[in-house]
Design a protein around this ligand. Structure first.
Ligand SMILES: Nc1ncnc2c1ncn2[C@@H]1O[C@H](COP(=O)(O)OP(=O)(O)OP(=O)(O)O)[C@@H](O)[C@H]1O
Ligand SMILES: [Mg+2]
Length: 654
């Protein structure tokens, strides 16, 4: 019998753009870029040098995510920031929050609500969100590419040769969907960066935290990251295990961690607190102005420049109030030739931000619930990001944690994400040999695959089965119209995995990958992910039918990459043909039997000699008898075996 496998790799035409993730290549330097919506932090790993933060041209360890377009010149970072108060209409900010999002996405709409002068709008020609500056249209990808190019320039000014600045790992918020991740990869491509991987911000911080950890016992750590635009909470489990570099080498204890759950508030960050202060100051100023001028309805909010000044002031006020109880405010000629002068106390700040403070602890409870843990299971609580420096937020968190846990700041709250990203790059690159830290991250949303005939044929279809590698649950639906759905990557399942589904089918297939409905999916997310037409099945099935063979078994392999991007990586159709082949092998068998008989006779003679020597004649006789009876019996068996061996079974795959 022969099983011959006829297989065909199918043509899978995807509707989406090709994945831009690069191959892991050797390089001299790897950047870890934490692209915060307010501040970008860049870390660097080079051969023979420690993991370090890149300081910018102003000797600062973080750079404002800003570009200012003025008279044909682009200004970045602190230079753009210093001109922002006078030229806000030329300065797009926080471009990363527009990536891969629609103009009516809640986080994009926040910009209009907070009176930013540059509002993203849908652009028909570019078929996506764009901003217009001085009549020139830019996509968020182009703007982020400029910021990433600036990251390269900062690194070059730091002393790294331009030619070796290519490979990088970029951080993304936990809630970044596939569209947003792809948009960031596109931006990196425009900036001529080779993205080794994307990494979740908190996971990067968790990796940095875990570099030197060897935990004898399992440790559950909560990372609480409040930045400028969002709040992200992750629960991470650390443990250690014996790792052998080679099968013959001695095991060495290495640290490892696994992300258990994630929760977030995508619109709660330092910027939300600033916005409350801006609103408070604007209202107070309007009252003062209208009273002074004896007018009604004069509104500082109509002036983008005045609002930009208030925004800058709000950031300063908030930071000072983190360490002081009161701050005097003075803005010269804020609006309508009127100065603004006031005092803001911490009590006022806390009062106007009361609801925001209450929201700041909610993701902790959600993350614990998703991980199926209670606070009793948590060993450490780590604060990262700049937003958590507001004392009232820390109080609120401590209230939730009770006496059992302290608020820890064991890693650099601003830099750990960039450092973790750079370390991750060194870990996955072949150019570096760094300490091994095991890492497993999760994808928070379930991803489903839908299959239907291409073109849709209304007749009973094939049988949908499961591949060996997968635990996919299959939901059978309408019998008339062949279509199947399955959850291919479940919520909070690991990333960096492949799954295969297999089914018997004889027609071409349309394959769709979508986010399944989940309460965690950010509002406004387009659930459609990837679209493929799998062709060649029908032709192959016909070819096999003509040969009298059965329907092909179609296997589709899907990947959820370590960057959190899912795609179809392999499509294959296989038909098994069973062929029985008879081969004459008499000669070998006869020779073998003759040899066996000769050997057996030799053995018998030897035995007789031995027994005679021992004087066991009787026994020898009886034994001889037995052996005489036994010999023909054995000979018969050999003959039977000879007949059976005429048919040889072969299993062969081609
Ligand atoms: N001392 C302080 N007191 C209060 N807030 C502070 C203080 N220092 C920094 N912040 C706030 O921290 C925020 C910046 O933090 P961070 O650098 O972590 O944000 P980001 O990474 O740019 O943003 P995100 O991660 O949300 O995209 C700003 O809102 C800033 O006002
Ligand atoms: Mg951040």
């Amino acid at each position: 019998m022969r099983i011959s496998v006829m297989s065909k790799t199918l043509l899978a035409l995807g509707g989406a753009t090709a994945c831009l993730l690069a191959e892991v290549v050797s390089a001299k330097a790897i950047l870890g870029v934490d692209l915060g919506s307010l501040y970008m932090k860049v870390a660097l790993v080079q051969r023979g040098a420690p993991l370090e933060i890149v300081t910018n041209m102003h000797a600062k360890r973080r750079t404002e995510q800003m570009v200012l377009f003025d008279s044909g010149t682009r200004f970045y970072g602190a230079d753009a920031n210093s001109l922002y108060g006078r030229k806000p209409h030329l300065t797009p900010t926080g471009m990363s929050i527009m990536l891969g999002r629609s103009h009516d996405h809640p986080t994009v709409q926040v910009l209009a609500e907070r009176h930013y002068p540059i509002i993203p709008e849908y652009n028909v020609t570019r078929s996506g969100v764009c901003v217009t500056i001085n009549g020139q249209v830019f996509t968020p990808e182009e703007l982020v590419a400029m910021v990433l190019t600036h990251a390269k320039d900062i690194t070059a000014a730091f002393g790294v040769s331009q030619g070796s600045i290519k490979d990088c790992v970029l951080t993304v918020p936990s809630f970044f969907t596939q569209h947003e991740r792809r948009a960031l990869l596109d931006a990196a491509l425009l900036a001529d960066l080779n993205v080794l991987s994307l990494i979740d911000e908190n996971t990067a911080a968790g990796l940095h935290f875990g570099i030197d950890r060897i935990d004898e016992e399992v440790q559950n750590v909560v990372f609480y990251n409040m930045g400028a635009s969002s709040l992200q909470v992750s629960i991470v489990q650390y443990h250690s295990y014996d790792r052998k570099e080679y099968s013959y080498s001695k095991g060495k204890k290495v640290g490892s961690f696994q992300v258990l759950s994630k929760a977030w508030d995508a619109t709660l960050g330092g910027g939300a607190f600033d916005a409350r202060l801006v609103d408070h100051m604007a209202t107070e100023f309007n009252e003062f102005l209208n009273k002074k001028r004896n007018t009604e309805g004069k509104d500082v909010r109509t002036s983008p420049r005045a609002m930009a000044k208030l925004r800058i002031q709000a950031g300063k006020v908030k930071q000072v109030l983190s360490a002081n109880n009161d701050i005097p405010v003075f803005i010269d000629s804020l609006f309508d030739d009127t100065n603004y002068q006031t005092h803001i106390s911490r009590a006022i700040f806390e009062e106007i931000c009361h609801d925001l403070v209450l929201r700041s602890a909610e993701p902790i409870t959600q993350a614990l619930k998703s991980a199926n843990l209670t606070l009793d299971d948590i060993h450490m609580f780590e604060l990262i990001g700049g937003g958590m420096r507001v004392p009232r937020i820390r109080e609120e968190i401590q209230k939730v944690l009770g006496d059992k846990l302290d608020l820890g700041m064991h890693i650099n709250s601003d830099e750990s994400m960039a450092l973790g990203a750079a370390f991750h790059g060194a870990n996955i690159s072949t150019a570096f040999k760094v300490r091994h830290v095991g890492m497993a991250d999760v994808n928070p949303w379930p991803i489903a695959v839908s299959l239907l005939d291409l073109p849709i044929i209304l007749e009973t279809g094939g049988l949908f089965g499961l591949g060996k590698k997968t635990n996919v649950e299959v939901e059978e639906d309408d019998e008339e119209k062949w279509s199947k759905q399955a959850t291919v990557f479940k919520a909070f399942g690991k990333i960096g995995v492949k799954k295969t589904i297999a089914f018997t089918h004889d027609r071409d297939v349309a394959c769709e990958l979508d986010y399944e409905n989940s309460e965690l999916l950010p509002v406004g997310t387009d659930t459609a992910l990837e679209r493929y037409n799998i062709t060649g099945v029908a032709d192959f099935a016909k070819e096999m039918e003509a040969k009298g063979l059965g329907k092909p078994k179609v296997s589709l392999q899907f990947e959820l990459s370590s960057s959190g991007i899912t795609k179809l990586v392999k499509a294959e159709a296989v038909v098994e043909e069973i062929i029985t082949v008879e081969e004459e092998v008499e000669v070998e068998v006869e020779e073998a039997v003759e040899e066996a008989v000769v050997e057996e006779k030799k053995e018998e003679n030897k035995e007789e000699e031995t027994k005679e020597e021992a004087g066991e004649v009787k026994d020898a006789e009886s034994s001889n008898t037995t052996s005489e009876e036994g010999a023909p019996a054995n000979a018969d068996k050999k003959k039977a075996a000879k007949k059976e061996t005429k048919t040889v079974t072969k299993e062969k795959k081609k």
